[in-house]
Design a protein around this ligand. Structure first.
Ligand code: NAP
Length: 242
């Protein structure tokens, strides 16, 4: 059975990905602050598959990333699939955004992706197989007012994905991103009030937000061998937003 590490899988999209994959892969789920949620997910998933572990790590920090991977490898050997899902949002005018905000957002959304990817690569290159999926956002392509810093990190993820796919194809490693529109999670509910959510839905041709499980279904396809010729792709899942 292949092994998948999902960063930020205590809640939201990461949690749905863990649920979607639990029947078919060894899983390393990761949390930072939401210990209770991660442990309840662990209990749930172990009913389906005993080969699931949960590891606390702030993936913006190199020493915690090292510990996350070491524990994963100790349990399951090589990590075949890396899902860079952990992320935080930030909503403010750029002139109200501090350097501390910059460090925090770039740390969780971008440095994390650099650190985990770098740590994952040597074993993947040795076995000439690996899959990396980066969870980006519609705003990484389109940009969003009041979310310039968040958009910056997601645009960075898109460029990183395309560049890495070229660098790593000769080593048998595929790298893709998923760019969701608006997904019904804590993040989305924290960013908008109920009136704004009604207005946002009106802009969506499908007339509703994505379910986290719908993003997980796309990811399950992209990491499978059925997607063996797909790399360097930023896969849109946005209900027709554009
Ligand atoms: P969410 O419900 O707020 O969950 C975020 C997850 O990321 C939590 O499990 C959180 O863990 C984890 N996390 C954040 N910073 C972390 C860190 N430094 N180290 C480890 N874990 C960390 O958000 P979501 O909506 O599921 O978002 C997941 C991903 O999808 C993000 O990259 C987000 O940018 C992207 N996305 C979301 C939407 C949307 O509309 N929801 C749209 C496009 C893209 P703890 O709670 O344990 O700290």
């Amino acid at each position: 059975m292949k092994t998948v590490l999902i960063t930020g899988s205590s809640r939201g999209i990461g949690r749905a990905i863990a649920r979607r994959l639990a029947g078919s892969y060894n899983l390393i789920i990761n949390y930072n602050h939401s210990k209770d949620k991660a442990l309840s997910l662990l209990d749930e998933l172990r009913e389906i598959n005993p080969n699931v572990i949960a590891v606390k790590a702030d993936v913006s920090k190199e020493e915690e990333v090292e510990r996350l991977f070491s524990l994963g490898e100790k349990n399951f050997g090589t990590i075949d699939v890396l899902v860079n899902n952990a992320g935080i949002s930030h909503f403010s005018l750029i002139q109200d955004t501090s350097s501390e905000d910059f460090e925090r957002i770039v740390g969780s959304n971008l440095r994390s992706v650099f650190l985990t990817t770098k740590r994952a690569l040597s074993p993947m290159i040795s076995q000439k197989y690996g899959v990396i999926i980066n969870i980006s956002s519609i705003w990484g392509k389109e940009g969003a007012a009041m979310e310039s810093l968040y958009s910056l990190t997601k645009g960075g993820i898109n460029a990183f994905t395309k560049s890495l796919s070229k660098e790593l194809s000769p080593s048998g490693i595929r790298v893709n991103a998923i760019a969701p529109g608006i997904v019904d999670t804590d993040m989305m509910r924290g960013d908008f009030n109920s009136e704004e959510l009604v207005e946002l839905k009106k802009d969506l041709p499908l007339g509703r937000f994505a379910k986290p499980s719908e993003v997980a279904d796309l990811l399950a396809f992209l990491i499978s061998d059925e997607a063996s010729y797909i790399t360097g792709n930023i896969a849109d899942i946005n209900g027709g937003f554009y």
